[in-house]
Design a binder for this molecule. Structure first.
Ligand code: HEC
Ligand code: HEC
Length: 396
């Protein structure tokens, strides 16, 4: 978004804020004196209605089951855009701000051994059933007060059900959807409950309004502002998502082009040297210093120094031009073992750009580096981690 558009949006937000403040002030002046009486009456009604309804508490679960049974998986996948900035979903995907969510439905709460959860989430100790997920995603803060998941929640039940039904498919063992109970009697019960709930809500609202002091008003304004900021940042997130999708696509075609060039270079010379390959040229133009900071993305799983041990992944000292899967102390995936050949610059390039696409079945749970400059600098840094750095053909 350019700065002119940003200014327009910022201006809009300001105007809206001012309006909220004014309307709130006005309505307080106009209605405040009448409210307490009102609220007292309706709150009593509320207490009665709760007692009358009895078993009505099951109703929301029933409708959740019905929503799940009729869920639109495509829409559910679309809903997941709201989560993408913090969560990956594919099997073995890396943790981001939040943990990877593959197979989350039916899994233990705080399921990931290598994610640092908040105390409140680690203490839950339950299972992410459909119902628990539904409650959590309605309002994470209400469900687990103190959670690190700074996500407002999804208020629309259908949106939630679509999302949860889709999450359930992202698993080695999707759960059976909950049974839908007999509709006729339940619908009546539900309608009753809804009516009572509405009355209760109205009473609550009135009571809230009545007890509103100036402080509460500030809270409202802050909340409204928060919501607006959330909306704006959600829009920005979406924009970022599409932008990075586009980048991914671009870098994929670039990689393809490099592959093609490498292919023809090898064909022409009959050798393995890939003089003039675009990847090698970019690597030569990289910065070792930048590369070292990019390498922090790898350091949870890899060491780079000579003689350092293996972590989740093997030590990467002297990896350039080394035979693939050749560390005798490390147990590689079958896919990696079966690769054959050496870690040439080009193979490092394509592998690190998208590990799973290059070597399907690799157990390296890393999404890849789509920024070509970062990738080039990283490989230049990796080249330096050696007593005899492999020459960059044609570039030196
Ligand atoms: C702004 C970042 C952010 C967004 C957006 C976000 N989450 Fe989270 N999520 C987190 C964090 C951080 C945690 C860990 C919470 C904690 O430890 O308290 C988490 C935890 C979770 C958990 C619990 C996982 C477990 O292992 O127990 C689930 C389920 C979850 N998120 C689902 C979602 C879904 C579905 C969405 C989209 C509708 C979403 N999240 C959006 C950051 C986010
Ligand atoms: C979440 C952990 C994780 C992260 C992060 C990670 N890797 Fe890996 N890496 C692995 C695992 C596990 C393997 C073994 C893969 C296999 O056997 O399929 C591996 C294998 C490799 C190999 C093959 C080594 C060999 O001996 O053949 C290279 C090269 C590599 N990683 C580079 C990187 C780089 C560079 C980064 C950072 C940009 C990185 N990895 C990030 C876990 C990770």
């Amino acid at each position: 978004m350019n700065s002119f558009e940003f200014n327009k949006i910022a201006g809009g937000v300001l105007v809206a804020l001012l309006l909220v403040v004014c309307i709130d002030k006005l309505s307080n002046i106009l209605y405040a004196p009448e409210l307490p009486e009102h609220a007292a009456v309706e709150t009593e009604a509320d207490a009665h209605s709760d007692a009358d309804v009895g078993g009505g508490h099951d109703a929301p679960e029933v409708s959740m089951a019905a929503l799940l049974a009729g869920a639109d998986l495509e829409d559910g996948e679309g809903q997941f855009k709201k989560c993408k900035s913090c969560h990956t979903i594919e099997s073995g995907g890396a943790n981001g701000t939040g943990p990877n969510l593959y197979g989350i439905v039916g899994n233990a709460q705080a399921h990931s051994a290598d994610f640092g959860y908040s105390a409140v989430l680690s203490d839950l100790g339950g299972t992410w059933t459909f119902e628990e997920l539904d409650a959590f995603l309605t309002s994470p803060k209400t469900y687990a007060n103190g959670t690190k998941m700074t996500f407002r929640g999804i208020s629309d039940g259908e949106d939630r059900a679509n999302l949860i039904a889709w999450l359930n498919t992202q698993s080695d063992a999707p759960l059976a959807l909950p049974a839908v109970a007999e509709p006729v009697a339940d619908e009546a019960a539900e309608d009753m409950t809804d009516t009572h709930d509405d009355a209760a809500d109205a009473a609550d609202d009135a009571a809230d309004d009545a007890s509103d002091t100036g402080d509460d008003m500030m809270d409202d304004v802050t909340e409204a502002a928060d919501e607006m900021v959330d909306d704006v940042s959600e829009a920005a997130d979406d924009a970022m998502d599409s932008a990075s999708d586009a980048l991914d696509d671009m870098s994929e075609s670039a990689t393809d082009a490099i592959d093609d060039m490498t292919g023809s270079a090898t064909d022409a010379t009959g050798g393995t040297a890939v003089a003039g390959s675009a990847a090698v040229a970019m690597i030569a133009a990289g910065s070792v210093e930048d590369g070292e900071s990019v390498s922090r993305k790898c350091s949870s799983c890899h060491t780079f120094d000579e003689g350092d041990g293996n972590r989740v992944g093997p030590n990467l000292w002297n990896v350039v031009d080394k035979p693939i899967a050749s560390d005798p102390d490390y147990s590689y995936s079958d896919a990696m073992e079966a690769e054959g050949g050496n870690w040439t610059y080009d193979r490092l390039w394509t592998y690190l750009m998208d590990p799973k696409a290059e070597i399907p079945g690799t157990k390296m749970g890393f999404r890849g580096i789509s920024d070509e400059e970062d990738l080039a600098s990283l490989i230049l840094y990796m080249r330096d981690q050696s007593n005899e750095p492999t020459p960059l053909p044609g570039a030196e």
